[in-house]
Ligand binder design. Sequence first.
Ligand code: GCO
Ligand code: MN
Ligand code: MN
Length: 381
Amino acid sequence: MVMTKDATLLTPKPEDRFTFGLWTVGNRGRDPFGDAVRPTLSPANIVRKLSQLGAYGVTLHDNDLVPMDATLAQRDRIVAEFRTVLADYQMAVPMVTVNLFYDPVFKDGAFTSASSAVRQFAINKAKAAMDLGHALGANIFVLWGGREGVETEAAKDPRQALAWYREGINALTEYVVQQKYAMRIALEAKPNEPRGDLYLSTTGAMLAFIATLDHPELVGVNPEVAHAKMAGLNPVHEVAQALDQGKLFHIDLNDQRLARYDQDLRFGSDDIKGTFYLVKLLEESDYNGPRHFDAHAYRTEDVEGVWQFARGSMRSYLAYREAVKRFQQDNEIQAALHAIEQMNAQGPTLDSPEHIEWWRQRGYAYEALDQLVTELLLGMR
Ligand code: GCO
Ligand code: MN
Ligand code: MN
C-alpha cells in the first residue's frame, strides 16, 4: 500500500487558491424545518480563521457584508474596515456576487420579474454589488438566479422571461464596459430550489444563452457540482464543456447525492470517484482560478464542526489532487491506458467484412482499468 508519510502534503496553502463564501462557513444551519443552530460569525472572524487554516480568500454576496438598508456612508465604512482585515490576514476577494433572492421583493424573480420596477431595482442592486466587488479587487462576478423561475407556467411566457433575463445581463456587461471594470460575469445554473423550476437550469443551457448576449466575451459560467447532480447530470461533463468553450470562469465545489434536495455537502465527501475525475479534469486543464467551496457544515455541528468542515474541504481537494498524481504515476494504470491506445491505433481500417468484424469482437479492457482506479482510490495502490 502506498501511504503518504508527509504530513504537510494535505496542508492547505494560499497558492492552492482555496476560497469560501462568507455564507458557507457562516451558514447557521437554518432549514425549512428548523431554526438556526449556530451563532452568527462576523466576516472579520471568518477571514481570520480561514486564513489560519490556509485559505487564499473569501467570496461574498453584497449583503453578506453590507446590510441591504445601509447608507452609502455606512457601506464605505464597512468596506474600509473589511479591507483592513483582508490586508491584515493577506486574504483576497476574487469573486463577489449579488443576493437577488432573500428579500421578499424578489419572490417572483429579479431579472425575470414580470414587473419592470422590480427588474430595474434588481439591475441597480447588481451594479452596486459590482461596485463593491471592484472596491474589494474581485475580477469575477457570479450571477445565480435564485428566484429566476416559476411554480406555475401560467404566470409568464418563458420566452418573455428569457428576454428579460438577457436584458438584465446585457445591462450588467454594459456597466462593466462603461466603468472599465476588470470584471467578468460567471452565470451559475441550478435546476430547482428555491423555485419549483429555474430558468436556464443547466450549465449547458447557460452556455447556449451566453451566445445570445451583447457581450458574450465578458460572460462565462460558474458550474456547481451539486446543481448538476440535482439535475441528474455528470458535473465532470458540464465542467468539461465549459472548459472546451473557454468559459470556465469560476467553479462551486461541493457534493450531493443524486435526486435529493439541495444538500451542499462537504466537497468530495460523498461521490469519491466522481470527485476524483473532477479534480483530475481541473488539474489537467488550464483553469487556474479559485477552487471555491460552496457548501456548509452539517446542521449537527457547532462552530468547531464548521472549522472541521472548512479544513476538511481543503484537505480533501489536496488528497484528490495527490490521487491524480498517483494515477499519472501508476505503472499499471499507465500501461493499461497505453495498451488501449495501441489497440485503437493498430486496429484495422473498417474496409472489409473481416476488418469490421475485428472491431465488433474487440474488448476495451475498461473493467480492468476501472478496477485499478477503484483500488487506487481505496488506498490499495
Ligand atoms: C445555492 C447557490 C448559491 C450561490 C451563491 C452565489 O444553491 O444556494 O449555489 O450558494 O452559489 O448565491 O451566487
Ligand atoms: Mn448551490
Ligand atoms: Mn453555488
